[in-house]
Design a protein around this ligand. Structure first.
Ligand SMILES: Nc1ncnc2c1ncn2[C@@H]1O[C@H](COP(=O)(O)OP(=O)(O)OP(=O)(O)O)[C@@H](O)[C@H]1O
Ligand SMILES: CC(C)(CO)[C@@H](O)C(=O)[O-]
Ligand code: BAL
Length: 285
């Protein structure tokens, strides 16, 4: 089937309702574009698990703060479309901000507790914007299943909580983080890094690995994990810690003791001006 590119909500809705009526399942991968292998791994999985594959590319203004990189966010619409067609996307949804947020837009979705800490604290309003746009996209696309990367771990928890709480009829499928050969998590924002910063950026992954090694040695004190991770990141001259935490993988609350039931090491670090995030479930639990 040749890929269709749709820009209007009515066009996208008609396309998906037509297929849903015929009993087909729709796998959906929402993105902000500038596609890399991480995005494509989600699409490949959705391709094999559903009758149809829909992807969206939309740089969502409501999830960016005032001083963030909305205007400079990397964009490559033509090569993104070619990658989607190559993978077997059936419909690519690329709405404009005006199409998604008309002049009288006034309804937002707030997922309370799980949006609070970590990126929610550093980026006020971010998850409200994410939850709102993802709700809209689910409604427009009529997704049966939607695929999200674990690199954005808190985003995944926010969306899973929202789908449960609001009885949404879509299955959320978490997908593993794809990494570069040195371990840096793939991310569109990696393109902002200078060659020198790119070398330093591996400190996020190495800090997480150091925490995982501590877990392997049976360490129970969260402070030991935090200091080993901070020490590794602070070795890099361009690194500035936004947060480094050890949390309960479900609630994202800080742990006061680490036991075998699992812990999530999670961090956000600026390398120069570029803010990167990563996380690891310790012990691979
Ligand atoms: N390295 C990765 N491995 C697996 N999934 C990923 C990876 N990077 C992003 N994703 C997932 O792709 C989807 C779209 O993410 P997005 O377009 O924001 O990409 P990104 O590379 O994370 O961009 P950014 O640099 O803005 O964080 C999300 O579900 C996200 O978790
Ligand atoms: C889920 C998402 C597409 C919503 O804009 C975005 O936050 C992203 O790309 O992770
Ligand atoms: N992948 C997360 C999107 C954002 O940083 O806005």
């Amino acid at each position: 089937m040749k890929m269709e590119t749709l820009q209007t909500t009515t066009g996208m809705k008609e396309w998906s309702r037509n297929h849903l009526r015929q009993g087909r399942t729709i796998g959906f991968v929402p993105t902000m574009g500038y596609l890399h292998e991480g995005h494509l791994s989600l699409m490949r999985r959705a391709r094999t698990e559903n009758d149809l594959l829909v992807a969206s590319i939309f740089v969502n203004p409501t999830q960016f703060g005032q001083n963030e990189d909305l205007d400079s966010y990397p964009r490559s619409p033509e090569s993104d479309a070619a990658k989607c067609a190559d993978i077997g996307v059936d419909a690519l949804f690329t709405p404009t901000p005006r199409e998604m947020y008309g002049p009288d837009f006034q309804t937002y979705v707030d997922v309370e507790r799980v949006s609070g800490p970590l990126c929610g604290a550093s980026r006020p309003g971010h998850f409200r914007g994410v939850a709102t746009v993802v709700t809209k996209l689910f409604n427009i696309v009529g997704a049966t299943a939607a695929y999200f990367g674990q690199k954005d771990y808190q985003q995944l928890q926010v969306i899973t909580t929202m789908v449960r709480d609001l009885n949404m009829d879509v299955r959320i499928v978490p997908c593993p983080t794809l990494r570069e050969s040195d371990g840096l998590a793939m991310s569109s924002r990696n393109s902002y890094l200078s060659p020198e910063e790119r070398k330093q950026a591996v400190c996020l992954y190495q800090a997480l690995n150091a925490a995982d090694a501590l877990f392997g040695r049976g360490e129970g004190n969260p402070q030991a994990y935090l200091s080993i991770m901070r020490d590794r990141v602070e070795q890099e001259p361009s690194a500035q810690i936004d947060y480094i935490e050890l949390v309960d993988p479900r609630t994202l609350e800080n742990l006061d003791h680490v036991d075998r039931s699992g812990a999530l090491a999670i961090l956000a670090v600026r390398i120069g001006k570029t803010r990167l995030i990563d996380n690891m479930l310790l012990g691979g639990v």
